[in-house]
Design a protein around this ligand. Structure first.
Ligand SMILES: [Mg+2]
Length: 308
């Protein structure tokens, strides 16, 4: 049995150099939004830090709560200037969702049905369901389940999408909850960093759906499923890995659940909670302890940013 994690036992680091030099971790499971980039730009030092880490023999896998396929993640990272050849691979919650709907190996997916209410993106670009043999329906009475990829629009049977306000999507969720159909959420994030602001993500809809009494299948972090997939991809044990992320609920609690050590980056989505103004500012240790305890999430290491 592993000892229960102690919220007061984390170690503060200025950068990851000292950790990389120990060669203690063969595989680094990296979150992208809030760690490597803010959706618009790489964070200072992130690109060169990946190179240094690779030079020290680390294998790196991106694990991301993104509703899009894994290949989209690499396209995005390339466009932002990252060298994607440094990564062993990328796993997204959207990819796991796609594969699970495709193979239907799992009992839960095998009995899910094929017609769905599809909540997707509008401005950010709708998600293609091509090849999944699903029927998108508009009438809740015709749906076997809800598929939540986004928070901006309702997918239509034609493949187009109808932009909707969150309040209107809530009304659809209430109808679905009364019919007791399950929700499959392809991105469990509640919010994401987008440049300097936070944006509502599908996890928020899923949390609302659970409050309404609905059943939710959470496909990404903090669920073990994404860590298992990453560990299998790298062909190592959980103890060979370290997970790096900026969300206590998703990245750190997820790592705790999967039995993986973790590094919490304070300059991401918790920057405001920790009263951090500028990039690289060091968070007060007791504030980090309080926040971590509130989330029941216990990092092994704490760093201001993903820098060397
Ligand atoms: Mg993040």
């Amino acid at each position: 049995m592993m000892a229960a994690p102690n919220p007061n036992s984390f170690q503060n680091l200025n950068g990851i150099r000292s950790l990389a030099q120990t060669h203690q971790f063969k595989v680094w499971l990296l979150d992208q939004f809030g760690v490597l980039h803010d959706g618009k730009q790489p964070y200072p030092g992130a690109i060169s830090t990946l190179k240094q880490l690779s030079n020290h023999g680390a294998k790196m896998v991106i694990i991301s709560n993104s509703s899009r396929r894994a290949s989209t993640t690499f396209d995005k990272l390339k466009a932002l200037g990252f060298d994607t050849s440094l990564f062993l691979g990328a796993i997204t919650s959207g990819e796991l969702t796609h594969q699970s709907l495709l193979t239907r190996e799992d009992d839960w997916f095998a009995s899910l049905g094929t017609s769905c209410i599809h909540i997707t993106w509008a401005d950010r670009g709708a998600i293609s369901l091509q090849g999944l043999d699903l029927q998108v329906v508009e009438n809740v009475d015709d749906a076997h389940f809800i598929l939540a990829h986004g928070t901006e629009a309702l997918g239509l049977p034609s493949g187009a999408s109808l932009p909707m306000e969150l309040e209107d999507l809530d009304k659809i969720l209430e109808l679905c909850a009364s019919r007791k159909i399950p929700m499959l959420v392809a991105n469990p994030d509640f919010v994401t960093v987008e440049a300097t602001s936070l944006r509502v993500m599908p996890g928020t809809l899923a949390a609302k759906y659970e409050k309404l009494g609905g059943e939710v299948k959470w496909m990404g972090k903090p669920n073990k499923i994404i860590y298992k997939s990453a560990i299998d991809m790298a062909g190592v044990e959980a103890s060979d890995c370290i997970a790096v992320g900026d969300s206590l609920h998703h990245d750190i609690k997820g790592a705790n659940t999967a039995g993986i050590q973790s590094a919490f980056i304070t300059s991401g989505i918790h920057a405001n909670d920790l009263d951090l103004g500028s990039f690289g500012e060091v968070a007060n240790s007791s504030s980090v302890q309080d926040l971590a305890s509130r989330y029941g999430a216990y990092p092994t290491y704490v760093l201001p940013s993903f820098t060397w």
